[in-house]
Write a protein that binds this ligand. Structure first.
Ligand code: ZN
Length: 227
């Protein structure tokens, strides 16, 4: 699944994964191999060991470093983010032809991981006004019941992203990440949002909340193809 303003960028490959109806279950490694070998992903697909933090690594790398955000400023390096309810955030600077990506659950959001990815892109030379972001499929405010410790961790600046429920509150993960990116200087119009709930749409998405430990992972990718 693509977003319109990213499709318009020549040489950019990006996509948020949807499940293939009827496809057999696959291991995480098999899913990685499938994406790495896909015809559309010309270049090296680079994976992370995601740990719900805010560290950003710069491509290329070997193995799968422990980080939840990444940056690539050269063609042929495709960044992969794996999710099953957490929010994937993709960034592109069409002018410098640079990309970034982040994996944001509530812990990563509390740590400011999407903002960290944006700041890394800017630190590498991108201009804020050139950067566009896309929020992918994630568990929606309709389904994301959380404990009070989540509300405490996110702090007063994101209090508007919680809705009281009985007995526990519901958290709007995409609204929180949008708010953080806007606070970091991205224009609202520069942030696209696919706005689909992974838990509500079993035919399209894996969901940890719905499927538990057996849930598969969706693999989302962004990068410029090798010339
Ligand atoms: Zn939902």
């Amino acid at each position: 699944m693509t977003v319109p303003s990213f499709v318009a960028v020549p040489g950019l490959v990006h996509g948020f994964e949807r499940r293939t109806p009827g496809a057999p279950a696959e291991t995480r490694e098999a899913a990685r191999q499938r994406v790495a070998k896909a015809r559309t992903t010309r270049g090296r697909v680079l994976f992370l060991t995601q740990v719900h933090g805010a560290a950003v690594v710069r491509a290329p790398w070997d193995g799968a470093p422990a980080a939840d955000a990444a940056l690539a400023t050269a063609p042929g390096l495709l960044l992969a983010i794996e999710t099953a309810d957490c929010l994937p955030v993709l960034f592109v600077d069409p002018v410098r032809r640079a990309v970034a990506a982040a994996h944001a659950g509530w812990r990563g959001t509390a740590a400011g991981v999407a903002r960290a990815a944006l700041e890394a892109l800017l630190a590498s030379g991108s201009r804020r006004e050139d950067v566009r972001a896309a929020l992918g499929p994630a568990i929606g405010a309709c389904c994301y019941e959380v404990g009070e410790e989540v509300r405490a961790a996110l702090g007063p600046s994101l209090a508007h992203c919680f809705r009281d429920g009985a007995p526990r509150p519901f958290f709007d993960l995409r609204a929180a990440n949008r708010a953080q990116l806007e606070a970091a200087g991205l224009a609202a119009a520069a942030i696209e949002d696919v706005d689909e709930c992974t838990r509500c749409l079993p035919e399209r998405y894996h969901s940890w909340r719905r499927d538990g430990a057996a849930a598969g992972r969706l693999i989302h990718v962004i990068g410029f193809v090798a010339r």
